[in-house]
Ligand binder design. Structure first.
Ligand SMILES: Nc1ncnc2c1ncn2[C@@H]1O[C@H](COP(=O)(O)OP(=O)(O)OP(=O)(O)O)[C@@H](O)[C@H]1O
Length: 217
């Protein structure tokens, strides 16, 4: 489902964020991405989503070479991907409902289907009944759940999460990982980046470890 072929990414300024990476993630897999700050985890996720383009090599998602797609074609690939990124901010001038509906608006959903899907996503993450609130009224953990609801509302086949448990206490972090596990159980392919490897230990899944842009054992 996701394939990297000799992928390198050099940012302007000369930093090689990932170097010659080759790997494959099969449909329905749950994979953790571990590594120190600056190891290249976010870059790898952005390459999958087509947010960044590789300097060399190919990134294939569903057999499509996302590194070669035109800017116009990218939204069609993104429809199949849910993103939980730290720089995807919550909009505090809108309700919880309106925050979660954003991906549906972009795809072009309208009518009762929007309400049905948004309420189902909020229910899934444990925020049922909070749709009319302003997100400011939610706790930090609840705001993270809002971001997860927003990432899954269009039912993507692939979910990419960058440090989704950062700033959460351990119990709450495990709750969030359990939520991801439930998406995994219904067949979603998940790639979860986190620097705290101890959190991943309980899940017994495949771990890709990055160090300065390269895989380590
Ligand atoms: N847009 C950019 N322009 C220039 N350099 C960048 C850019 N984004 C990331 N980098 C650099 O690329 C390297 C890898 O960064 P990346 O954010 O992928 O690492 P990370 O493992 O996700 O780190 P963190 O856990 O701190 O988010 C770092 O040296 C970073 O400074």
């Amino acid at each position: 489902m996701i394939q990297f072929q000799q992928v390198s990414k050099r940012y302007p300024g000369g930093i090689d964020a990932v170097k010659q990476l080759s790997f494959e993630i099969r449909s329905g897999e749950l994979v953790f991405l571990a590594g120190h700050s600056g190891a290249g985890k976010s870059t790898l996720l952005k390459l999958i989503a087509g947010i960044e383009r590789p300097t060399s090599g190919a990134v294939l998602v569903n057999h499509q070479n996302v590194s070669r797609l035109s800017r116009k074609a990218l939204p069609y690939v993104r429809r199949h991907i849910g993103l939980i990124f730290q720089d995807h901010k919550i909009l505090f001038d809108r309700s919880v409902f309106d925050n979660v509906r954003l991906p549906l608006d972009i795809i072009g959903f309208s009518g009762p289907e929007v309400r049905r899907r948004v309420l189902a996503a909020l229910d899934k993450v444990g925020l049922a009944g909070k749709e009319s609130l302003n997100p400011i009224a939610l706790s930090g953990g609840e705001q993270q759940r809002l971001c997860i609801a927003r990432a899954v509302v269009h039912r993507p086949a692939i979910l990419l999460a960058d440090e989704p448990t950062a700033n959460l206490d351990r119990d709450y972090a495990h709750d969030i990982l359990e939520l991801f596990k439930s998406f995994h159980q219904v067949g979603v392919t998940l790639v979860i980046a986190a620097h705290d490897e101890s959190l991943m230990a309980d899940y017994g899944r495949r771990i890709l470890r990055l160090k300065h842009g390269e895989f380590t054992a």
